[in-house]
Design a protein around this ligand. Structure first.
Ligand code: KIV
Length: 278
């Protein structure tokens, strides 16, 4: 079976478009996504072939030093999204709409989406919420801006949800399905399912025409997304059960910092090859 995303890249297609997400679902090809908040990681992930990069409001925890995503503002994310969008040649870049930038209604949501599209060159926006955000999604999509929806555990509502809780269990399954159908009907091109049991994620994936992207939603989804700092082992402390660590960057950087301190304090650095000659 041909991978339509890889085939598109080989055919010198400049970048992934929303139709490639749809093609991938229809052909049973898994979609890959990582978060990125800066130019260097964006260009590395793009060159490696990651299909989409999310400039997530998880930048609040991973870049800006906040405990949650709630304080993150549009002005915080715009320079990060611009750096990521400017660094890619193939990957599809999605800018996250932060808490407080779309909830009051479709007008506010469209205003925020316009800012991201005009000021960053991102290719789509993402916002949290199913039924409750459907009108916002509809308005943004009607202006020609692709929307990635986000349901299940939605970190911007962590206090309302009672903490980092798995969603869609028991009677929550009906709500998850209602949310999934609401965002599809509103015109979202894909939907993120965060922290939901595999079985219900599989049911949502079967019922929807648009692709599902899992973050802690098991294998029965159309694609996977991880926060890059968790995925690369840069995050220290507790990481969610669903994360697979693909590297140990915190260990690599700690060893490098210790070696540097040792070299400087023992005057092994700078060595003659690091000096400018007269
Ligand atoms: O901000 C983010 O990184 C996210 C993903 C976890 C889905 O919204």
């Amino acid at each position: 079976m041909t991978d339509p995303i890889a085939a598109a890249a080989q055919a010198n297609l400049k970048r992934i478009r929303t139709r490639h997400f749809q093609n991938a679902k229809e052909n049973g090809i898994k979609i890959t996504g990582l978060t990125s908040y800066d130019q260097l990681t964006a260009s590395i992930f793009d060159a490696a072939g990651v299909d989409f990069l999310l400039v997530g409001d998880s930048a609040g925890n991973n870049v800006l030093g906040y405990d949650t995503t709630l304080p993150v503002s549009v002005d915080d994310l715009i320079p990060l999204a611009r750096a990521v969008a400017g660094a890619v040649s193939r990957a599809f870049v999605v800018a996250d709409m932060p808490f407080g930038s779309y909830e009051t209604g479709p007008d506010e949501a469209l205003h925020t989406a316009f800012r991201f599209m005009k000021e960053t060159n991102a290719h789509a926006v993402k916002l949290e919420g199913g039924v409750r955000s459907a009108e916002q999604i509809r308005r943004i999509v009607s202006a020609g801006i692709p929307v990635m929806a986000h349901i299940g555990f939605t970190p911007q509502s962590e206090h309302g949800l009672g903490g980092h809780m798995i969603q869609g269990r028991g009677s929550g399954a009906e709500q998850l399905l209602a949310d999934a159908h609401a965002v599809e009907d509103a015109g979202a091109f894909a939907v993120v399912l965060e922290m939901v049991p595999s079985l219900i994620a599989g049911r949502v994936t079967e019922e929807l025409r648009i692709p599902t992207i899992g973050v802690g939603a098991g294998p029965h989804v159309d694609g996977q997304l991880l926060v890059w700092t968790d995925w690369a082992g840069l995050t220290t402390g507790r990481i969610p059960t669903f994360v697979k660590r693909y590297a140990n960057l915190s260990g690599v950087l700690t060893d490098a910092a210790k070696a540097y301190i040792e070299d400087v304090t023992t005057e092994r650095y700078p060595a003659p090859e690091h000096e400018y000659k007269d």
